[in-house]
Design a protein around this ligand. Structure first.
Ligand SMILES: Cc1cc2nc3c(=O)[nH]c(=O)nc-3n(C[C@H](O)[C@H](O)[C@H](O)COP(=O)(O)OP(=O)(O)OC[C@H]3O[C@@H](n4cnc5c(N)ncnc54)[C@H](O)[C@@H]3O)c2cc1C
Length: 459
């Protein structure tokens, strides 16, 4: 079974954690013949070469000046040509990269290759006719070749043995894959970053309270309820705004005069409806299905898609999309050069519980006690990535940039330092209560109520 695993080196020099999971999953498949594929500058070659020591047959580095500045559409174009040349049975991608953070390349690749797509896969096994899978929603099924599969961060990459040999890294240029230069790199990228600025919009004003006031603060938060995200309305509006599904409606109203909601359908049927309806812009929610469907429709329409927007703006002609970048530290203002511009907007995943308790590394010794408290106040449980990476809590509970987004009435952060990566997933919460023994912990900058105490004396 020939598997191409698409990998990207993160800014920290490590393999993107979702790609690591994709590679480790491929390595666990009996008889898999793995080729690693990366589109990046030539200096990435040693990184790819060292990854081959784990068991890949070889690696291909897609490297040409023409590829520079590519957005997800242009990236998937170049990758798809390289994959066509490699003729694999399956293509594995990480669900998203943790720097670009769009999750668009896998679904877009599937369209460009004409392969079926399965997203958010947690585990895979080889079968007589291909592979069987279980996804993040605990659905499962069989997939036969060819197919594109995107993987969740459910596996850790093993360490290579120093004795294992490196395999060759072949370099493909734009010419080698017969790429049309006008569709590559910046030239082929419909989305343009207009400017970036510091993101301090998530900060709250924290009132410090004593531990015995915790229940009072929870009651106050429940009275206030869920935060209504009220993005600023533009003075001029776009005439014909479309939403796929109803979740982005509140965002659509800020920039659209007439809003049409269409039901999600197959990528082909949705693309056809959009082609015929000529909307000024199309919005999607950020649920799992929309995040898989939107990039496929964008690839079919050859238009730009901006992921995880937190605000929209228009002058009546152009749609401007705002999204967090660089792990949420900055906000980028983006415009799309093609029609219609499309965006997924950051809506919280469905969460029934009004209260969620986020458990951080500082609370790792108190999980049982916190769970009991959660039961008592009918709260759900969430986790930081450090808790998940250290195997204290399962990945499904991870909240943040590389986890899910929650918007309860009350979020209680227990033993959480308040890294921007975690804050990205809780900022839509109504009231944030932080419990931390360190009075200088950053979490207090993002909390409405703060309790500086040891967890053992609070919950
Ligand atoms: C690209 C990237 C993506 C990431 N994505 C995510 C993500 O999606 N979600 C996420 O959560 N993180 C993410 N991270 C990791 C993030 O940067 C932080 O490392 C992580 O959130 C820290 O987890 P923590 O707060 O549980 O642990 P720590 O940072 O170790 O904080 C523990 C806190 O507990 C407090 N504490 C200790 N003991 C006690 C006690 N007895 N009582 C009270 N308080 C106590 C400490 O003062 C400290 O503030 C990402 C990182 C990167 C680089």
């Amino acid at each position: 079974m020939k598997i191409v695993v698409c990998v990207k080196q993160s800014a920290d020099g490590e393999i993107n954690p979702f790609d690591a999971s994709a590679y480790e999953t491929a390595l666990g498949i009996d008889g898999a013949e793995i080729t690693l594929l990366s589109m990046s500058p030539e200096k990435t070659a040693p990184f790819l070469e060292s990854l081959t020591r784990l068991g890949a047959k070889n690696a291909v580095l897609l490297c040409d000046r023409a590829f520079a500045g590519a957005d997800t559409l242009a990236t998937s174009y170049a990758l798809s040509l390289a994959i066509k040349r490699l003729c694999p049975d399956f293509v594995f991608c990480g669900r998203q990269s943790v720097d670009g953070d769009t999750g668009q390349v896998g679904p877009s690749l599937a369209v460009r290759l004409g392969f079926p797509l399965v997203t958010n896969v947690m585990s895979l096994k080889s079968t007589e006719n291909g592979l069987s899978y279980t996804d993040r929603s605990e659905n499962g099924g069989n997939i036969s070749a060819p197919a594109v599969i995107t993987l969740e961060k459910s596996r850790k990459l093993r360490l290579p043995s120093i004795r294992s040999k490196v395999k060759p890294v072949e370099i493909f240029s734009a010419g080698d894959i017969n790429a049309d230069i006008s569709l590559c790199g910046l030239k082929g990228s419909p989305t343009r970053v207009l400017k970036t600025f510091e993101n301090d919009s998530d900060r709250r004003s924290c009132t410090f309270i004593s531990p015995d006031k915790l229940m009072w603060a929870i009651e106050e938060g429940l009275k206030k309820g869920r935060q209504k995200i009220k993005p600023t309305e533009s003075a001029s509006k776009l005439k014909n705004m479309w939403c796929v599904g109803s979740s982005p409606i509140e965002f659509a109203k800020t920039v659209g005069e007439n809003i049409t909601v269409i039901d999600p359908d197959t990528p082909e049927k949705t693309a056809e409806k959009i082609r015929l309806g000529h909307p000024d812009a199309v919005l999607w929610g950020s649920d799992i299905k929309s995040k898989a469907l939107a990039p496929q429709v964008a690839a079919l329409l050859n238009t730009g898609l901006c992921a995880d927007c937190t605000a929209l703006e228009t002058d009546g002609e152009t749609l401007y999309m705002y999204r967090p970048a660089c792990s949420g530290n900055i906000i980028a203002k983006i415009r799309c050069e093609t029609k219609p511009p499309m965006a997924t907007v950051r809506t919280a995943e469905e969460e029934q519980k009004k209260i969620i308790i986020g458990i951080g590394y500082g609370a790792r010794e108190h999980i049982a006690k916190i769970k009991k408290f959660a039961e008592k106040i009918n709260a759900g449980i969430a986790a930081t990535r450090k808790m998940v990476d250290s195997d204290y809590l399962p990945y499904e509970l991870q909240v943040g940039l590389t986890g899910k987004t929650v918007n309860p009435d009350v979020y209680i952060a227990v033993g959480i330092s308040g890294a921007v990566h975690h804050i990205a997933g809780i900022k839509q919460s109504g009231t944030v209560i932080a419990i931390n023994s360190d009075k200088d912990a950053p979490i207090f900058k993002y909390a409405d109520y703060g309790i500086t105490a040891d967890i053992s004396k609070t919950v």
